[in-house]
Design a protein around this ligand. Structure first.
Ligand code: MRU
Length: 528
């Protein structure tokens, strides 16, 4: 296993890791100490819930849910609706009481689904993050002003989930570029390179952070790393961050629809989907990957039921996935992680769908620890095992899973749950937060470029090439002449969709057989 201390890429942006605040800046802005995080609701920032915003919150969720689910009928429509809903309405905060999170009288009939929430929104000079550590009990936002604050928020899990942290890293870096736009070139360079390094090292397994930071730094360097024109640098980096958010929304809409079309639904009962960790809007920004597929199916009025792994030790499944599915009105049941094998053995799982933090060139996939266990169990019970991830999760520079850096986190996450000890404090702990599922155990990888099957090295390289063609053709702010990357050097597939054309979902593809609970081995296990 890789040494976690070597996990990041400290030499990628060679400069001392200086804090933004160390840079002389004529337009004085607040010092960039690590953000003050709310320890309790009483210390929540000013954007926390107030009685006055309750009406706005309810209106937001009605509007958001309506636009989201109507738009999700088509891939492009989904992306556009999501963006519109996020941009126009995300300023409101959900009233947790309306979800039944606090002790409340039973409401009959059950409240209509309210939709779900994006994990970040912006106002001038500020990025507001939902503090995911406090969900589902409290819905509180934390304000971020710079890359260093963004890195802190990512490291401390205020925001988590591979696509979400990539977008937050990009916006944080753009905020820092804006803060140093009037600074001196050498100081600006030290600030931006130091910030980039801090971000890349904040969660080393998720390649999306490196991918996003590289894109912004490439824009910076294209203007000139010692250019006097700090305004041009800030504008270019801001534009790239906005482009990343725009593309992510579209990519996840495409992925969700590709995945939905590939599912095979039993005629007489719900499709039983098992998922791990949290892969919905909180993890992704707008729509979701594995959970995006679930929600697309639900919106298309296809019957699904989700087994939600609680996802020890951080409980992303118990705290976040259930919260999102409840808001979306998707039937679901929370299970202890260790119950998955039992349910599979009884034929109560049709398909496993999980996300990914990094996919190596050969298809080996790093995802939340416990994913590998599920894949082994799925193979044992001949249940299709699907990874749902956008193409930017694919790291063609990483040949296989053995060299994916695996983050190891603090012992406290294992020793205690929400401050309550569950083991003696001095117990030795090992807390690897991801594991690697070998490509051979993966039935298919659902991406924004379609449903990929083994041999993955070829399929992933071709899909990355197609993604690059689509990206250059659809840049919302025009092309700036991005340099070739390993992904761009992969030949575009002759069957690549026209970049200008909306995504056309693939032909239905057996993700789960209709046999249903108790049907032994009827689920088609392909491609591995
Ligand atoms: O540690 P986390 O909560 O950031 O881990 C998240 C996951 O493992 C997700 O499955 C992964 O990021 C894919 S999210 C679409």
């Amino acid at each position: 296993m890789a040494d976690p201390s070597d996990a990041g890429q400290p030499d990628r942006y060679p400069a001392p890791a200086v804090h933004d605040a160390a840079v002389p800046h004529p337009a004085v802005t607040p010092p960039e100490a690590a953000p003050t995080m709310p320890a309790a609701p009483a210390e929540a920032p000013a954007t926390a819930a107030t009685a006055d915003t309750d009406v706005g919150r309810r209106r937001f969720f009605r509007q958001f849910a309506g636009e989201l689910f109507q738009g999700a009928a088509t891939v492009v429509g989904a992306a556009q609706a999501l963006q519109r809903a996020s941009a126009e309405a995300a300023g409101a905060i959900l009233d947790p009481a309306s979800l039944g999170l606090s002790p409340a009288p039973v409401v009959e009939p059950p409240p209509a689904p309210t939709g779900f929430r994006t994990p970040f929104r912006e106002s001038p000079g500020l990025l507001h993050l939902v503090d995911q550590r406090l969900l589902p009990d409290q819905l509180v936002e934390v304000d971020i002003r710079s890359a260093s604050e963004a890195a802190h928020a990512i490291r401390s899990m205020i925001v988590r989930g591979a696509p979400a942290i990539g977008q937050v890293a990009a916006i944080g870096l753009a905020l820092s570029a804006q803060r140093v736009r009037d600074g001196r070139p050498y100081a600006r360079r030290a600030t931006l390179r130091g910030a980039a390094t801090a971000l890349v090292n904040s969660r080393p397994t998720a390649v999306s952070v490196r991918w996003a930071v590289d894109r912004l730094m490439a824009r910076y360097e294209a203007v000139g790393d010692l250019s006097d024109d700090g305004g041009a640098i800030a504008d270019a980096m801001r534009e790239e961050a906005d482009t990343i958010v725009f593309e992510t929304t579209e990519d996840h809409g495409r992925l969700a629809e590709f995945g939905r079309v590939a599912l095979t639904f039993p005629p007489d009962r719900p499709l039983q989907i098992l998922t791990h960790c949290n892969t919905g809007p909180l993890a992704c920004g707008q729509f979701g990957t594995a959970l995006g597929i679930v929600q697309a199916a639900h919106h298309a009025q296809q019957d699904v039921h989700v087994w939600v792994d609680e996802t020890r030790p951080y409980l992303q499944g118990a705290r976040l996935t259930t919260w999102e599915l409840a808001q979306a009105g998707v039937p679901h049941t929370l299970i202890p992680d260790v119950a998955a094998g039992h349910l599979m053995a009884r034929g109560e799982v049709d398909v496993v769908i999980v996300g990914a933090d990094r996919i190596a060139a050969n298809g080996d996939t790093a995802n939340k620890v416990g994913t590998y266990t599920l894949a082994v169990l799925a193979e044992r019970h001949e249940i299709p095992f699907f990874v749902a991830a956008p193409i930017n999760t694919v790291d063609l520079d990483t040949p296989d899973g053995a060299v994916i850096p695996i983050e190891e986190r603090d012992a406290d996450e294992v020793l205690a749950i929400r401050g309550v000890n569950i083991a003696p404090r001095d117990t030795e702990v090992r807390n690897p937060t991801f594991d690697v599922t070998p490509a051979a155990l993966i039935t298919a990888i659902v991406t924004d470029e379609g449903v990929l099957r083994a041999p993955y090295d070829e399929a992933l390289a071709l899909a990355a090439g197609r993604r690059e063609v689509r990206r250059s053709a659809s840049r919302p702010f025009g092309d700036w002449g991005s340099p070739a990357t390993p992904a761009t050097t992969a030949a575009a597939s002759p069957t690549a969709p026209s970049p200008a054309a909306p995504a056309s979902p693939p032909a239905p593809d057996a993700m789960a057989a209709p046999g249903g609970p108790g049907t032994p081995a009827s689920t088609a296990r392909e491609a591995s």
